[in-house]
Write a protein that binds this ligand. Structure first.
Ligand code: NAG
Ligand code: NAG
Ligand code: NAG
Ligand code: NAG
Ligand code: NAG
Ligand code: NAG
Ligand code: NAG
Ligand code: NAG
Ligand code: NAG
Ligand code: NAG
Ligand code: NAG
Ligand code: NAG
Length: 750
């Protein structure tokens, strides 16, 4: 059972991020009223309860010198160490632990673990073993606390204090003048601080268990300011921030320039719904259509004027016998395991018809757990509730060749069923699948299941996976008995740091909630914390969200930024006061693309990270299904999560390999319906449309102005054929300190 401690530990090693996130990798909350003790306003990683806890902790430090006290208050407001499982009992337990003056932090953890074990036995029978949270959750008020408190992926007790007087490349405001670390030393060196957060750790650095809690003055703990600032100081550099005594603010340009246009060449004439770059890093990609076939295609080099090499008559795999294909049904997504080149594993997400395919026997998503009775739903477009189902199935490219990466075909026989679930109605069932670039887990996007206004309020129901983004571990498959015991929807296990570990009301599969129909999500290839999802609206607004752990994106309490009132709500309501919605970072009103209500549907895209169009670099692209508009969003200040958007022209490259025609009376390409965006291994961006496959090419090929484009520098380096490193290689080594603390913990429990 306690093996799970190890997994939790690994998950503390999340790579550092710059987008506002709290240390538990969740998004900050929006404060309804400003905090009293900590002067945070607007958005914060702590609420009023935690704020008053901080005040108590501050008073317990008993700092006599007012200037030092004021500095410590500000540091503390970004620094409250609250052990999660102690917090679950009461704050008094923590006060108890602190006032009893535990020799070390480790001892406090051990104490907490003992209490926890007692509680475990009481809770036995529940899915409890997955929800262990053995290490302290450093809850900090600053909305950038994930960034402030993580250096090289090891959590620390106090933020990185700005210590540099010169900052050439800082994204932070005020950075140039404030040497906050020196300031803390100069002000506090001779002042006694009880339970000082500045004690050295076993490593002789900042962070971890203090060696000696007898000393209370900085001069007793550290030999010199240099030593102190080597341990706690740090500079704000490109992409990282430091604490300068004020809540983090980033510099912006104020007026980001809008790009002139997106130049498109047409390289294929098939109509595809999804695209996945070949995980071996080569210039190949898989394309899938809604009917249920996947093709492996070779992508021509940018500038070669070649077309996509794809043999329609020879698909990589043909699943049309299993797939139920109709307007809103079919093969919705494909995903190739990050180690596909070695293990040959790949996955398809599609719909099936219970009456036609034998494996289409999932549990109905309208069930007693969510107060839904399928016999009361009635038919939708002639279909019985749960007649159509959502499936994720695993296949293998092994068999035809010894090397999976050289496979050109795969047998349509399922290796394993990952997920099967009956759908209540006939629309809004998402279906995209994606592997997380840093965690290797499978993200599975699921819509609210249809019906006008989500009548059963599934998207807000924590016991339903409808209207959710799920996160599943497909590398560790439990036994059938275990799957049955845990009541899972198929062959997967639960990543133990999924949000249910902090909110036990949530089904363990859930990563984020409150979606209507997430249609096309992507991870920024340069910043994995930017997990972007387009979420299709109903009557008014199409949105793009930055999806963070446990985030509630509002649907059916809100549609985009607007409060939403359902016509009928047999499944009950969620009140706006009871949730902390995260509002979209960009989007558009239906009226912006079409005066007719309903005729708009967002297609989420990608952060453009290719140099093919240097003026598009770093911007997020998205579109409307009806191809009336494509948007480019620019983040300003950088890493702030603040976007300004503008529509862009999208013309045909004058020398397009396949004929690309324009909309009559316009310079925009006639794309038909835009179904999806795609990205290849060179980070070039594609539009998958009903009229074919288009690639973004240098703006000069459309006569668009881009001052960054040089006539010679438009060619991107051709992708390598060597396999990319596997995701597991990217996990950083565990620090010795954390390991030893862990051993201590395990020993004490045994
Ligand atoms: C909170 O924000 C308001 C307006 O945005 C501002 O006037 C006020 O000074 C802020 N308070 C603090 C404590 O930062
Ligand atoms: C503050 O957050 C904690 C969990 O982090 C929660 O238990 C508590 O109810 C919240 N308090 C308020 C006033 O929202
Ligand atoms: C706090 O400091 C004062 C003197 O500055 C001292 O008299 C008092 O005992 C201290 N309290 C604690 C709990 O150490
Ligand atoms: C500043 O940042 C830019 C781009 O991020 C980089 O090209 C440049 O080398 C950096 N300068 C310094 C002094 O670090
Ligand atoms: C950020 O703003 C400060 C003052 O507001 C300025 O001195 C500094 O140069 C700016 N940094 C950048 C990278 O623009
Ligand atoms: C702290 O103590 C040292 C040595 O006793 C002294 O030189 C220094 O001026 C003191 N600093 C302050 C701010 O009192
Ligand atoms: C800390 O103080 C206690 C009693 O005040 C003493 O017994 C112990 O040896 C001290 N520890 C260190 C490392 O000095
Ligand atoms: C700031 O801190 C870093 C490491 O934390 C250290 O390497 C650097 O020398 C410090 N700079 C100054 C000016 O103290
Ligand atoms: C495009 O379609 C035509 C027939 O409509 C076909 O002959 C041609 O091979 C297709 N080209 C590509 C690149 O698929
Ligand atoms: C596919 O083949 C590779 C070796 O080429 C092997 O490591 C892997 O386990 C195989 N996968 C399956 C699902 O059999
Ligand atoms: C697990 O996969 C096997 C093989 O595809 C399948 O028979 C079984 O039904 C799956 N289990 C669940 C719960 O879907
Ligand atoms: C594009 O620019 C070239 C050279 O400036 C010019 O000859 C050509 O007519 C332009 N094409 C269009 C469609 O404007």
């Amino acid at each position: 059972m306690f093996f799970f401690f190890f997994f939790n530990l690994l998950l503390l090693l999340y790579p550092s991020t710059s987008f506002p996130l709290c240390t538990n990798t969740e998004a900050p909350i929006t404060l309804k009223i400003p905090l009293k003790f900590c002067s945070y306003n607007g958005s914060s990683c702590c609420n009023s309860t935690e704020d008053s806890q901080l005040q108590k902790q501050f008073q317990a430090m008993n700092i006599s010198d007012p200037s030092c006290a004021s500095l410590l208050q500000s540091v503390l407001c970004a620094t409250a160490c609250v052990c999660n499982f102690i917090k679950e009992f009461s704050f008094d337990a923590l006060v108890f632990a602190v006032t009893r003056n535990y020799e070390s932090f480790a001892e406090m953890i051990i104490h907490a673990a003992r209490v926890f074990v007692k509680r475990l036995s009481i809770q036995s029978g529940k899915r409890f073993f997955l929800s262990l949270q053995p290490f302290c959750d450093f809850q900090r008020c600053d909305p950038f606390s994930a960034e402030l408190f993580t250096i090289d992926s090891v959590s620390r007790p106090v933020p990185r204090l700005c210590n540099s007087t010169v900052s050439t490349n800082s994204s932070q405001s005020n950075q140039a003048t404030n040497d906050f670390c020196s300031n803390v030393w100069d002000t506090c060196q001779n002042v006694s601080i009880l339970n000082s957060p500045f004690a050295p750790s076993l490593q002789g650095q900042a962070g971890g268990a203090p060696v000696n809690s007898n000393f209370t003055k900085l001069t007793e703990l550290w030999q010199s300011k240099t030593d102190f600032c080597n341990a706690f100081g740090g500079a704000s550099t490109d992409g990282s921030v430091c604490y300068d005594g004020e809540p983090i603010k980033l510099n912006g340009t104020g007026t980001p320039s809008a790009p002139h246009g997106l130049c498109l060449e047409k390289i294929g004439n098939g109509s595809y719904l999804d695209m996945a770059a070949h995980p071996d890093g080569s210039n190949r990609a898989f394309f899938s259509n809604q009917q249920g076939k996947i093709w492996l295609a070779t992508i021509p080099e940018v500038g070669s004027r070649g077309a996509l090499q794809l043999d329609e008559s020879n698909p990589f795999i043909d699943l049309t016998d299993e797939v139920h294909f109709d307007t809103a049904f079919g093969m919705m997504g494909i995903a190739f395991h990050p180690n596909f080149a070695q293990n040959g594993r790949f996955f398809a997400s599609f719909n099936c018809d219970k009456g036609k395919s034998p494996g289409c026997t999932g549990r109905c998503s309208c069930n007693s757990d969510v107060n839904c009775d399928p016999s009361k739903l009635g038919t939708d477009n002639g279909a019985q509730p749960c007649q159509y189902q959502s499936v994720v199935a695993e296949y293998t490219a092994n068999g035809s060749t010894a090397q999976p990466s050289s496979a050109e075909n795969a047998r349509p026989s399922e290796v394993r069923r990952i997920f099967t679930m009956g759908l209540p109605f006939t629309s809004q069932h998402g279906g995209q699948i994606l592997f997380g670039p840093t965690d290797g887990y499978l993200y599975f996007m699921m819509g609210d299941g249809g019906g006008d206004g989500d009548p059963y309020n599934f998207a807000q129901n924590k016991k339903s996976v409808l209207g959710k983004i799920m996160r599943l571990d497909v590398n560790n498959i439990p036994s059938a008995a275990e799957i049955n015991r845990l009541g899972l929807w198929g062959n997967y296990s639960i990543p133990n740091d999924n949000p249910f570990s902090e909110d036990s009301d949530l089904l363990p599969e859930i990563w984020a909630l409150g979606f209507r129909n997430p249609w096309r999500c992507s991870f920024d290839s340069e910043r994995s914390s930017y997990f972007m999802c387009g979420d299709v609206g109903q009557d008014l607004y199409e949105e793009v969200d930055i999806v963070s752990k446990g985030g509630n994106y509002g649907w059916r309490v809100y549609e985009g930024p607007y409060p939403f009132n359902p016509i009928s709500s047999p499944g009950g309501n969620t009140s706006a006061n009871s949730i902390n919605p995260i509002f979209p970072v960009m989007g558009y009103n239906h009226s912006q693309v079409n005066k007719q209500i309903g005729s708009a549907s967002i297609i989420g895209g990608y952060f453009y990270r290719s140099n093919t169009d240097p003026c598009m670099y770093g911007r997020y692209l998205y579109a409307d299904l009806y191809s009336g508009a494509i948007w480019a969003a620019t983040e300003d200040p950088e890493n702030s999560g603040n976007f300004s958007t503008s529509t862009v022209q999208f013309g045909c490259a004058k020398d397009s390999p396949l004929q690309c025609s324009s909309v009559p009376g316009s310079d925009n390409a006639a794309l038909g319906y835009i179904f999806s965006f795609g990205q290849d291994n060179s980070k070039d961006i594609y539009l998958l449309t009903s009229s074919g496959v288009y690639r973004v090419v240098p703006p000069s090929r459309c006569n668009y102005t881009c001052s960054k484009e040089t006539s010679t520098a438009v060619e991107t380096p051709s992708p390598t054929t060597s396999p990319l490193p596997s995701y597991s290689n990217q996990l950083r080594p565990i620090s010795w300190l954390l390991l030893s603390a862990l051993l201590l913990l395990l020993l004490s429990i045994a």
